[in-house]
Design a protein around this ligand. Structure first.
Ligand code: SF4
Length: 101
C-alpha cells in the first residue's frame, strides 16, 4: 500500500495552520465543514466554567484523545470551538454550548 501526501495549496495551508491550536491532532478545517472539536468523539470535555464567572458558563477547553494517541503524550487543551480536523468523528451527546444549556 502506498500512502501519498495530501497536497494543499500554500495559501490554504497557511489559513488552516493559523486556525490550528496546539494539541490538535491535525490541521483545523480539514474535517467536515461547520463542525468543531466540541462535536468530535475524540474531544474529552473538561466541563463548563461557572455561569457567574468571567467566562459565563462557557465550555472549558478539553483534551484531544487522537492527539494523545498519535503523539503518545498529552497535549495542551484545545478550545471547543476549534474547527474540526481530518480525524473528526461525530459523537452523540456532545457537550452543549452555554446558550443551549
Ligand atoms: S476534530 Fe477531534 S480529532 Fe481533530 S483535533 Fe478536534 S478533537 Fe481532536
Amino acid at each position: 500500500m502506498v500512502i501519498q501526501a495530501q497536497e494543499i495549496p500554500l495559501d490554504e495551508y497557511e489559513r488552516k495552520f493559523k486556525h490550528t491550536h496546539p494539541g490538535m491532532a491535525h490541521l483545523a478545517g480539514t474535517g467536515p465543514a461547520g463542525k468543531t472539536c466540541r462535536e468530535c468523539e475524540h474531544f474529552l470535555s473538561d466541563g463548563h466554567y461557572a455561569k457567574s464567572g468571567k467566562h459565563g458558563g462557557a465550555l472549558k477547553p478539553g483534551q484531544c484523545c487522537m492527539y494523545t494517541s498519535l503523539m503518545r503524550a498529552k497535549g495542551p487543551n484545545v478550545p471547543h470551538y476549534a474547527l474540526a480536523c481530518r480525524h473528526f468523528g461525530p459523537v452523540v451527546g456532545a457537550p452543549q454550548e452555554p446558550s443551549a444549556r
